[in-house]
Design a protein around this ligand. Structure first.
Ligand code: FCB
Length: 451
């Protein structure tokens, strides 16, 4: 055994989940339809046409799941709130939906686990999508009405509010590529949706400040280290375009108050003929100071030019790095590089959190055990990368493993297992994987054995 890599006192070890991926109970207590309920029912959209109808049945098993957090020694739990439980129809508020989160937050408090809530993790009420969803500026008002209920009900009981999870996925996968709900394939719509998501974030921050709450508010972005595959002029340009599309399209407006090369040469010029949806004070609102940045990071890699790929005109080139079950390169150095870059180019002393990192592997239960050494190895290497950043003075305050338990992996349905805890979807039985025991030990020691 090597020497121990100690983490700072009070480092927040956590796990993350999201409402649609675990709750099930999609028609209970007056919940309305979400865009994922609708999208998943359209043949061809989701692996095996699977839906979140039952998922992990967490809506009913939440107490058992909170006990799992306790058994792992988790300090902080990141969950998301299902908007269609609170606002199932236009003009209708459903208090039973809110009650579920009252029970959940009370359950966390009782167990001494710090609640961190994501306001929007992709389950838009379908009635809002009928009006254009995130492409419609009015959606911001609906979002604010929803956020106000949350702030006024829970306010300071939530340690950190995350306005949005990965607006890149919401807008670009949902409205551009069309592989996530609502399944729109229109890049003009995607860029507009991204803008409205960012603007709703800024407006929510303003509202939060206006309510004089003393806990924190921020946003979570999925950021990757996209670097040129070679030194050729073409690949350098390709990596730059990729970085603009993946990272800077969100980092620049949030932290610098402008879009990257706005209106001169953006990756979207070909698709957006009228930028009029960006109004005069929007960027000022978007770049409101926030209290922390959440970073989700799973992969990244070398980028090479490819004229046939729309928008970025680039693709990832093959590497010999091992891959997870998602086909994603295992690239812990990329996490370190993302942290360094974000800190030096954008956030400085602002507290950072890894709000998601983890790996899918095809785990099986063998005589009551799940020997997922590959996941342990993955997490070990990513934790080491985080430790290196902290050692160099980086303001990383916490790390949330995705995910507490296996769950509904969006368009991949139930085919990808990201959990520390195995879920048998037939019986809803939970089994701690070897990685859960390993993580419990990391948390207990607040340290990692160096390899
Ligand atoms: C992220 C999502 C999360 C989960 C992981 C694997 O993009 O935020 O819900 O699906 O990927």
């Amino acid at each position: 055994m090597g020497q121990a890599l100690a983490f700072p006192e009070n480092f927040l070890w956590g796990t993350a989940t999201a409402s649609y991926q675990i709750e099930g109970g999609t028609w209970e207590d007056g919940r309305g339809e979400s865009i994922w309920d609708r999208f998943a029912r359209i043949p061809g959209n989701v692996h095996n046409a699977e839906t979140g109808d039952v998922a992990c049945n967490h809506y009913y098993k939440y107490n058992e799941d909170l006990d799992l957090l306790t058994s792992l020694g988790i300090k902080s739990y990141r969950f998301s709130i299902a908007w269609p439980r609170l606002f199932p129809e236009k003009g209708k508020f459903e208090s039973r939906g809110l009650d579920f989160y009252k029970r959940l937050i009370e359950g966390l408090e009782k167990r001494g686990i710090e609640p961190v809530a994501t306001i929007y993790h992709w389950d838009l009420p379908q009635w809002i999508q009928e009006q254009g969803g995130w492409t419609n500026r009015d959606t911001i008002q609906h979002y604010l009405e929803y956020a106000r209920v949350l702030f006024e009900t829970f306010g300071n009981r939530v340690a950190r509010w995350i306005t949005h999870n990965e607006p890149w996925c919401v807008s670009f996968l949902g409205y551009g590529h069309g592989i996530h709900a609502p399944g729109v394939k229109d890049w003009n719509a995607a860029v507009k949706a991204a803008h409205h998501l960012l603007l709703s974030h800024g407006e929510a921050v303003k509202m939060f400040r206006g309510l004089n709450l003393t806990t924190q508010i921020g946003i979570t972005l999925n950021l990757n280290d996209e670097y040129p595959a070679s030194n050729s002029e073409e690949d350098l340009r390709a990596a730059d375009r990729f970085d603009m599309y993946q990272n800077r399209w969100f980092l620049d407006p949030l932290f610098a108050g402008h879009y990257p090369h706005f209106q001169q040469n953006t990756v979207f010029d070909e698709f957006v003929s009228d930028w009029g949806f960006i109004q005069s004070s929007d960027l000022e609102t978007i770049s409101q100071p926030i209290d922390f940045l959440g970073i989700n990071n799973y992969t990244g890699g070398p980028v090479k030019a490819d004229k046939n790929t729309p928008i970025v005109q680039a693709v990832h080139s093959e590497t010999d790095r091992p891959k997870t079950d998602m086909g994603w390169d295992i690239y812990p150095e990329g996490l370190y590089r993302v942290l360094k870059r974000v800190q030096s180019d954008y956030t400085g002393a602002l507290p950072l959190y890894i709000t998601e990192n983890g790996a899918a592997f095809s785990d099986t239960v063998i005589k009551g055990r799940v020997p997922d050494d590959n996941r342990i190895n993955y997490l070990q290497r990513y934790f080491e990368a985080a430790h290196r950043f902290i050692q160099e003075g980086g303001p990383l305050r916490g790390y949330y493993v995705w995910s507490l338990m296996d769950n509904y992996e969006w368009a991949f349905g139930y085919s990808k297992r990201f959990g520390l805890v195995h879920v048998d979807y037939e019986t809803q039985e939970r089994t701690l994987k070897a990685s859960a025991y390993w993580y419990r030990n990391v948390i207990r020691c607040n340290a990692l054995d160096a390899n």
